[in-house]
Design a protein around this ligand. Structure first.
Ligand SMILES: NC(=O)c1ccc[n+]([C@@H]2O[C@H](COP(=O)([O-])OP(=O)(O)OC[C@H]3O[C@@H](n4cnc5c(N)ncnc54)[C@H](O)[C@@H]3O)[C@@H](O)[C@H]2O)c1
Length: 400
């Protein structure tokens, strides 16, 4: 029986944006934390960021100064002096190690192989990968049954969603113990199967991809598409604004990775518009230019606030999102409850997509998708068999 408690020492390898947040979260929840990085300056930056976050919590009276110091003192940094397995020797007491190093299968596999040599046999080894196969990473370990994905969202101290992703060989008790621990940490864990993009990064693809198609077809400009999704759909940001915020390099990489990993499923096909933006280095806010120009003095384009056009844009994108959510359920990637939780907490959608489908009527979504498929003759628009069956039988995803 595997159980994780406050007494479990947590190792975090990789002290970048994610690793530092995960270390802070674990320490806040009472764990002794060992934070590693191959780069000493990354460790310094991580501890400075954690100290700043804790100081802010003290200022806002969320915690006392003593409590903040206690949390800080639970974290120790190590392992950067030498390369290889010896660097991680302190991890022998850890019950859980969470890896948050660079997104490279080769580098992650090398790390998991070296962790095996130092970590206790019953420890759980987790990866925070966003796009790689958990099963492929686990294969590098001699204990693949104790390896799984614990996928946090950025920043991990703020966003409560965590995707728990067992690989093909992961034991049920490891999945259950990890899920319980995340609940104890005040997170909202959902369980996803080891499939490209897990839940959020898979289902969210049409929010960007269909918006780009609508733009490429000249149906509307970017400002109008953003306006429609916010004003009519109730989304916090429009697709183009959001891509510029995330970074077009990051968003394009996620799109390509899901497309490649699904063996070129047409629903996930990337667009040339995004490719060219990427080629130009127009990565969004961080480079001053993306879909929009953020240079000082440049005014943002005005949307065409035609409600009929806005409805068309919103319903087309929403139908594609619902189709992805339904297909994820159909393919048993996650439960209906976890799919809706993931999209509302992970990407702040105003409603769960399956609950939204119920509200609008499943036959209505099938009608939209079938009309698109008839018109374009593309596989991209094929309605999920689950939606078709549910529409025919008059079923809903949730009972009212
Ligand atoms: N940034 C996000 O929004 C986000 C969200 C969810 C998941 N992730 C995933 O989390 C992981 C880390 O992402 P990040 O954004 O924190 O990256 P980052 O670049 O900010 O940090 C990665 C850190 O890992 C260190 N590192 C690299 N190779 C190492 C090794 N072999 N041993 C020890 N340390 C090593 C680097 O020095 C760096 O400090 C990736 O797998 C990424 O896909 C990122």
């Amino acid at each position: 029986m595997t159980s994780l408690s406050r007494d479990t020492v947590v190792g975090v390898v990789g002290a970048g944006a994610m690793g530092s947040g995960i270390a802070q979260l674990a320490a806040t929840n009472g764990h002794k934390v060992l934070l590693f990085d191959q780069d000493a300056s990354a460790l310094d930056r991580a501890m400075a960021a954690i100290e700043k976050n804790l100081a802010r919590s003290v200022e806002k009276n969320r915690i006392t100064g003593d409590h903040g110091a206690e949390i800080r003192n639970r974290i120790s940094t190590a392992g950067w002096e030498t390369d290889g397995a010896d660097a991680y020797a302190d991890l022998k007491n850890a019950g859980l190690v969470i890896e948050a190093i660079i997104e490279s299968l080769e580098v992650k596999r090398a790390l998991f192989a070296s962790l095996d040599k130092v970590v206790a046999p019953d420890a759980i080894l987790a990866t925070n990968t966003s796009s790689l196969s958990i099963t492929a990473i686990a294969r590098a370990s001699l204990r693949p049954e104790r390896v799984l994905g614990i996928h946090f969202f950025n920043p991990p101290t703020v966003l409560p969603l965590v995707e728990i992703v067992p690989g093909l060989a992961t034991s049920q008790e490891v999945t259950d113990a990890s899920r319980s621990l995340m609940e104890e940490w005040g997170r909202k864990p959902v369980v996803a199967s080891d499939t490209p993009g897990f839940i959020v990064n898979r289902i969210a693809r049409p929010f960007y991809g269909e918006a780009l198609r609508i733009y490429e077809e000249g149906i509307a400009d970017m400002a109008t598409i953003d306006w429609a999704m916010k004003e009519i759909g109730g989304f916090r940001m429009g697709p183009f604004e959001l891509m510029d915020f995330i970074g077009n390099d990051v968003n394009f990489a996620a799109t390509r990775s899901v497309y490649e990993a699904t063996f070129h499923d047409a629903r996930f096909r990337p667009t040339l518009t995004q490719q060219r933006l990427f080629d130009a280095g127009f990565f969004g806010r961080k480079t001053g230019r993306g879909y929009y120009d953020y240079s000082p003095g440049v005014t943002m384009p005005e949307p065409n606030q035609d409600r009929e056009l806005g409805e068309l844009i919103f319903r087309r994108i929403l139908s594609m999102l619902i189709n992805q959510a339904a297909d994820a359920l159909y393919l048993r990637i996650a439960s209906a409850h976890d799919i809706d939780t993931a999209m509302t907490l992970g990407v702040n959608y105003p409603k769960g997509l399956l609950a939204w489908a119920d509200e609008l009527g499943i036959p209505e979504t099938v009608k939209w998708l079938s009309a698109l498929q008839d018109f374009y003759g593309e596989e991209r628009y094929r309605p999920s068999p689950l939606l078709k069956t549910m529409a025919a039988d008059g079923f809903t995803f949730f009972s009212t």
